[in-house]
Ligand binder design. Structure first.
Ligand SMILES: [Ca+2]
Ligand SMILES: [Ca+2]
Ligand SMILES: [Ca+2]
Length: 334
């Protein structure tokens, strides 16, 4: 049983060899040193983990804020596709939106609705489209499926119509639709002539809602006042503020004084509403999105943005992103 263990007494007995091994004091000093080193390493690990966690939370905050900005940018760039006047009406879910509609507040988040081209799918119609039409005979229906919506446009006015069914593909394809769903958005009196553009499109309303657990979130509603529920786009988004840049004097610049006399609307308390989008002077939207952490591990206040003053300090960390989106499809860009 003792093989491999050489008794100290044997070594100690050899002449010329000093006694090796640890004294009790040496052993205790080493133990203390080991304990100190292990303690330090654990402290470093804890600090590093906390750092990683903080970094992850900061990333998540940025991601949440960015999700809103990205969808908005995409939608605004494709808003009012194929209708340079901006007069696109919702003849599917009957929301009172005209191209892009901003609902402004200075004491709560703003919301925005738009009708925007989706997927770059464009064709044209062979028949006249008026209040009695139930079929859109289109040249090419590839990429369009039942449940989609399309803008029918003559370039100056458009209507968002539902695609209820898609017929067999041939030289032309018949899309079943309904043109009389919305008294608020009837077909133009003379209808759309053959050759009118047909663009796959969507309606969306972006808003901030509060979940059952009190967590604010950015939601997108695919039919506004219609029956479809809104979907969560990003958790923790507590504010969107949207200013509308309108080139009133036509000098291709947007005067920004942060007051009620400049060419930005909703950027100062007491701003009048902007002129209608159909006046052809809307050039850009400026969007500020603020996300906050869900659990409350920091300490900050919601910053002031456009016409909404800052909030009170609380236990949350925040990230605010701001971007200016040029409106492409309406008249000329800056
Ligand atoms: Ca506002
Ligand atoms: Ca100007
Ligand atoms: Ca203003």
């Amino acid at each position: 049983m003792t093989r491999g263990l050489r008794p100290c007494s044997v070594r100690a007995a050899r002449p010329g060899h000093r006694q090796s091994g640890f004294t009790m004091v040496e052993l205790m000093v080493s133990l203390v040193l080991v304990a100190v080193v292990v303690g330090l390493m654990m402290q470093i690990a804890v600090v590093m983990l906390a750092g990683f966690k903080e970094q992850r939370e900061a990333l998540e905050l940025s991601r949440n804020a960015r999700a809103g900005i990205e969808l908005l940018t995409e939608a605004v760039r494709n808003a009012s596709a194929g209708v340079s006047s901006g007069e696109v009406l919702d003849s599917t879910s009957c929301n009172p939106v005209v191209g892009i509609t901003v609902t402004n507040h200075d004491d709560q988040p703003d919301s925005i609705e738009f009708i925007y081209g989706s997927g770059g799918i464009v064709t044209s119609v062979r028949n006249t489209v008026d209040a009695g039409t139930t079929t859109l005979t289109v040249v090419n229906a590839s990429g369009i499926v039942p449940g989609d919506q399309v803008i029918v446009s003559n370039g100056t006015t458009g209507r968002l119509l539902p695609v209820l069914n898609v017929g067999a593909a041939g030289v032309t394809t018949d899309l079943t639709t309904q043109t009389n769903l919305c008294a608020s958005a009837p077909m133009p009196a003379t209808g759309f002539d053959p050759g009118a553009l047909v663009i796959r499109a969507r309606y969306a309303r972006l808003a901030v809602e509060t979940g059952p657990d009190g967590v604010p979130m950015l939601t997108v509603d695919p039919d506004g006042d219609g029956p479809a529920p809104s979907e969560i786009l990003a958790e923790g988004v507590e504010d969107i503020q949207i200013a509308v840049g309108v080139d009133l004097d036509g000098d291709s610049a947007l005067l920004d004084l942060g007051d009620t006399t400049d060419e930005w609307f909703h950027n100062a308390p007491g701003d009048p509403p902007p002129p209608p989008i159909t006046d052809g002077q809307w050039r850009a939207l400026r969007v500020t999105v603020t996300a906050r952490d869900v659990l409350g591990r920091g300490g900050s206040a919601r910053p002031a943005a456009e016409d909404r003053p800052a909030g009170a300090a609380d236990k949350h960390r925040r990230r605010t992103l701001r971007t200016q989106i040029e409106i492409r499809n309406l008249g000329r860009a800056l």
